[in-house]
Structure formats: structure tokens, C-alpha cells
Design a protein around this ligand. Sequence first.
Ligand code: ZN
Ligand code: ZN
Length: 593
Amino acid sequence: MKKEEENLEIMRHSAEHVLTQAILGLFPGIKMAMGPATAEGFYFDFDPGEIKISESDFPNIEGEIKRIIKANLPIRKEEISVEEARKLFKENQYKQEWLDGIGRRGEKATIYWTGGEFVDLCAGPHVESTGKIGPFKLLSIAGAYWHGDEKNKMLTRIYGTCFPTQKELDYYLWQQEEAKKRDHRKLNQSLKLYFLSDELGQGLATLLPNGAIIAEELEKWAKETEKKWGYDRVLTPHIASENIFKISGHVPYYLESMYPPMHMAEKEQAEKDDYYLKPMNCAGHHLVFKSEPRSYRDLPLRIAEYGAVYRYEKAGELHGIMRIRGPIHQNDAHIFCAEDQAEEEFKNVMELHKYYYEKLGLTEKDYYLSFAIRDPKNKKKYLGNDEIWEKAESIALKYIKRTKIPYEIELGGAAFYGPKIDFNIKTVTGKVFSASTNQLDFFLPRAFGLKYTDKDGKEKVPVCIHRAPLGAHVRFVAFLTEHFAGAFPVWLAPVQSMVIPIADRHVNYAQSVSAKLQGQEIRAELDNRDETTSAKIRDAEMQKIPYIVVVGDREIKANSVNIRVRGEKVLGEMSLEKFTNLIKEDIATKRQI
Ligand SMILES: [Zn+2]
Ligand SMILES: [Zn+2]
């Protein structure tokens, strides 16, 4: 942990003590349980007994916390025996339980005094006095089971946070508010991108016309781009026989995340093998490689597909269209290459990611890699032997370092067949979105018996790079919705311009304007509802339509259009031709307006 993070944690942990002290002071009779510092602040669990505490008490509690901070009470550590500690916390079963553990380990109890008034059992460390705690804020209140176990009593949990400066606290609070506003599930109510219904099946997403436009624009972009980068496209089946998934290792290593099998024997057919909905496209692409004899001249062979996969995610983990069960149309490809080509290919894959993300307005400071490796203590979870894993991990790490993109190591996060290199995007709201998963795989080509004839006439096994820079349609649409707060750049906007006639007598002209735009492949619509112009403009703003085209007497006379840009900017009057060129350039350059 960096020194800065460490100091922040110490301060937040101390703030948690002050919160506890404030609550005990204001509500005598409640019992404190425990409370740690977290990545975003701190929380404190307590047993309120008969006392009711709600968010309406926050100003009162915050006032008391302020008083304690202002008093700058010293925070003093003391080591005592478990027996003494038992007396000190004699009516608190939560502390007694904690002390059982300390006693069993034969350790001494450490307690921290805040001034002379408040004491808690704690391993520390803390700031030296309460005055060292920075600006803070209580955030929310929730129920939480003791030890997170639903068999235990439900306690009350108060969340708060603090920062070294007011500026940092304000920024954090802004991010939280912004995240709520940008939530794709909330924006979907006005943008109408998708629907989910349990009637259709839990976690099965339908993209509505607006969402489908975005998904298809992304797909078109990926197909054009990847053609230039040397990929060949294939179309593989959505289901495959069990035997294939046994070879790939998905049966049994990935079974938990797969829909149950289709039993072919029940169809009274000759086939006995079960079929599965594919959770990944890997197997199909490996079979494409295997479908004919390959030589070194064929390599690297880059096989791409917007493959539709299904994954049986746990019901509790489903989240809007960020996490669904299907259909997950992945921007997938598998690159088969010789070992000595792998580094160059890996580098190109990373460059491709950068190209995509920079076009979407993300800069290098917005993303980083996480390198998920095997947990060597839990080898049962993974295919292959130590030798393959050590090789794959050391080579991947070498390549990662050479890309100069910052990275983090994630122990135990690897796929069952190889280490994973995830591209993560930090959004403006501070959330991390895992956009793409890549793997450097020495295992599956071997498992599928893939071979190519090398220059020296010898048969060799290729290496496989799995990659999916734009992730899955649905997930990426959800990410972009939150990233752009629904205000998509013109090329992605479901409706690119809304034409609004001021009065009935302007409808014909408005119609011809919208038809001309449509003729230029611009997604234009006409709003000829019986509403006021200002109401129509407001509705178009709500839908975050990039351009609003208003026409009235003046525009008809001058054969022109009057343009407003989303966000209440006014471009004013111009010829239709000029506007058409402007919007076409927005589309061609994919720029944000
Ligand atoms: Zn503490
Ligand atoms: Zn794959």
C-alpha cells in the first residue's frame, strides 16, 4: 500500500472511532459491534436495541463528531490483559466474542482511548488526536448481519467517509451524485435502450430499437477496424456438443457458469451426446483453425466473430445490462500464431484497445491493466501443469511491462486455462469498468491438438491470444450510457437530429428537411406532435438528441434551418447543406460534440 493510502486508511479508521463515540454519547444504551475503514470511507455496525436511528439523525450525529474533532482529543493506545478487557466491556457480547478470539490466541488486548471519555477494543493504528481527522460526511444507513452471516442478528450500519481536504471530499460527493444520475438503468427510462423481463427469462436482455442502433454501430465499427488490422470473420454455432466442452475444459471447470445441458437422448435420436449453449467462442474458433492443414505461412491467423454466448450468472449478481445471462454478443477474436510472433501480436492487440478507447474520448490516464494470475494454493481450479502456467505468466508479464500501460496484479483471478489481462476503464464517477479480457494461452491449442508445419518442416503447436476489446454489446452499451451520461456522440446517438416545426404551416417544410437528412443516411426524426415548440425542445433535450433543427417562417423563406446543439447551445441559422456536412463530419470522425 502506498504511504498516502495508508495515511488515509488510518485517518478513516480513526474517524470511525469518533463516529462510534458520537453515537454512544447521543444514544446511551446502544451497543457498539465493530467498524473498519474501507476503500471509500468507513462504517460502523451497532446493535441499537430498542433505539431508532435514521438518516434524519445524521445532522445531529455530524454535529457531535465535529465537536469531538474540534476538541482535538488525544487517541492513546494501551495494552491490557484479556481479563481486564472483559471487565471494561462487560455488557457487550460483541466485544466479548472478539476477546474470546484474542484469548484463544494467547494475545494481549489493545484498546484505544479517545480523550478520557471513550474506549474501544482495536488493533490500531490511529492518528494521534481527533483534530487530525479531515473533513467528513455521513453517507447512509443500512442493515447488516453480524459477521455478514444471515443466521446472526441484524445490526445497523452507518457509512461515512472523510478526506484530507474539503476539495477531495466535495469531489467524492459529486462523483457519488453523478454516478446515481448516470446509472444506465435510470437513464434507460428516458433513452429506451433495452428491456428486461422475468417473463422472458431472468437476465435475458432485449435491445430495443435505440439500443440496437448503438450495438450495430459498434459492430460495424469493429468489423471495419478489424478488417484493416488483418482479422478474418467467421460465424460459429450458438450450441455445441458436450465433447467439445470437455476438450476445452469448460466441462467441468466452467459448468457453474453454463446453462444446464440439452439432453439429446430424450429426442430419441441416435445422438447420445448432450449439447450446451456456448459460454465462450474459443472452442469454435479453435476448430476453424483445425479445419484444414496449416503452415507457418498461415500465421498469424486472426479469427473474429461477434459471437453470441450465454452465461448462467447468479441471480443476485445480475445488474441491468451491465451483467446479464444473454445474449452476450462479444467483440471476440482468437489469434493463432507462432511463439515468436506472440509478443508482436500481443502488442498490436493492446494498440487496438487504445485505438478504440481513444476514439471514445478516453485517454491513457483513464485506463489500466489488471493481470490476473493463478492462485498456486488452489491448483484444482485450473487446467494444465505448473510448467505451462509459469511460462504463460512470465511471458505475459514481460509483454505487459513493455506496453508501459500501468497494471495491477490480481492473485487467483486467472481463467481456468490461462492468465487474464483485463483492460479496465476508470469512469468519471470513480467506478472501474472491466471493458475487455485478453488471454495469452498455451493450453487450449494443445488440448485441441492444433498444429502447423514450420519452415523447418516440423510440426509445432501455435499460441492463442483471446481478445475482446469492446467486450459484449450489452455491457458496452451500458458502459457508454454511463460514460456519456446518455449524451452519445453523434455517430452512436439513436436519433441524430430532431426536426421541429414551429407551427402547423411549417410541417411540410419540416418534413422535407427530415426526409433530405434521412436521404443522406442521417438518423433524423420529425416531431409534429400537437405540443408547443418549447415542450418539443425540452423533450428532445431529455432524450439527449445531439441536434435540434427548428424551422418556421424565416427558415422557409431563406430555405435554411435553425440549429440548436444538445445542452442548450445555439448554432443558429444555416443552410441545410452546411448542416448536413457538419453532422456527416461528426459521424465520420466519431467526435463528441
Ligand atoms: Zn480502531
Ligand atoms: Zn477465447
